[in-house]
Design a protein around this ligand. Structure first.
Ligand code: MD3
Ligand code: FE
Length: 216
């Protein structure tokens, strides 16, 4: 990786460039992890994790929930954002203000000011759960970045180019890491390798990933 540099942030927090529009902020969340997980816990009390069905009829191994003005869902009809939770028919829980502020801080630190996420997708990985190579292109505003937060067990994140085929790279995303994907890197194909079992003091046998999205 190129462009290793220090920022004058908290101890153990440092940035690494993954492309002209993509920044990996190691340790960004470590000091805030308990607060973030408490916020996530309150969200999933109202909108429980569930395994969605792909348009092709397969059950996703990652369990998902959302908070914010809309949520990302998938079923036989397709992928989309919608304002209500299909499981409860109620609006998704509001995005906790401190969580939103942290996502905006990560975007800001990566050179994206005015990031205004309206959705936070929450992905729950049990051992063996994976996410196949895909692009995130269901958002109406593709000029805004996506901010991702990783908590709990480490995972191998796979990222490639702008076509499904072609060279891929692997990085290990660890507890507390944030990655901001914008600019030309916004539409890269990416996925997550099957989660290896382990135990994390804050999440147990699991990894939780939050992605903050601006859909409009
Ligand atoms: C690169 N989640 O929810 S986060 C997803 O770890 C998703 O759960 C993965 O891919 C996870 O859609 C990866 C890192 C990430 C998120 C969005 C991206 C990388 C990205 C959008 C464009 C390019
Ligand atoms: Fe994605």
């Amino acid at each position: 990786m190129q462009d290793l540099f220090d920022i004058n942030g908290p101890e153990g927090v440092w940035q690494e460039s993954l492309g002209s529009g993509a920044t990996w902020i190691h340790g960004f969340l470590v000091a805030h992890a308990a607060q973030v997980l408490a916020d996530v816990g309150r969200v999933v009390e109202h909108a429980p994790y569930r395994h969605l069905t792909t348009p092709g009829g397969k059950r996703m191994s990652v369990a998902m929930s959302n908070c914010g003005e809309e949520g990302w869902v998938s079923d036989r009809a397709g992928y989309r954002y919608q304002a209500t939770d299909p499981q409860t028919a109620k609006p998704w829980p509001a995005m906790p203000v401190q969580l939103r502020a942290l996502a905006q801080q990560a975007a800001d630190d990566s050179g994206y000011d005015n990031f205004a996420p309206d959705v936070c997708l929450i992905n729950y990985y049990a051992p063996g759960a994976r996410m196949g190579l895909h692009q995130d292109r269901d958002e109406n505003n593709l000029t805004a970045p996506i901010v991702s937060f990783s908590l709990g067990l480490p995972a191998v994140f796979i990222w490639g180019g702008w076509q499904r085929t072609g060279k891929t790279q692997r990085i290990m995303l660890r507890h507390g890491d944030a990655v901001v994907w914008g600019g030309e890197d916004r539409l890269r194909f990416h996925g997550v390798a099957p989660l290896k079992d382990g135990e994390h003091p804050l999440t147990g046998h699991a990894r939780i990933n939050l992605t903050f999205r601006q859909t409009r």
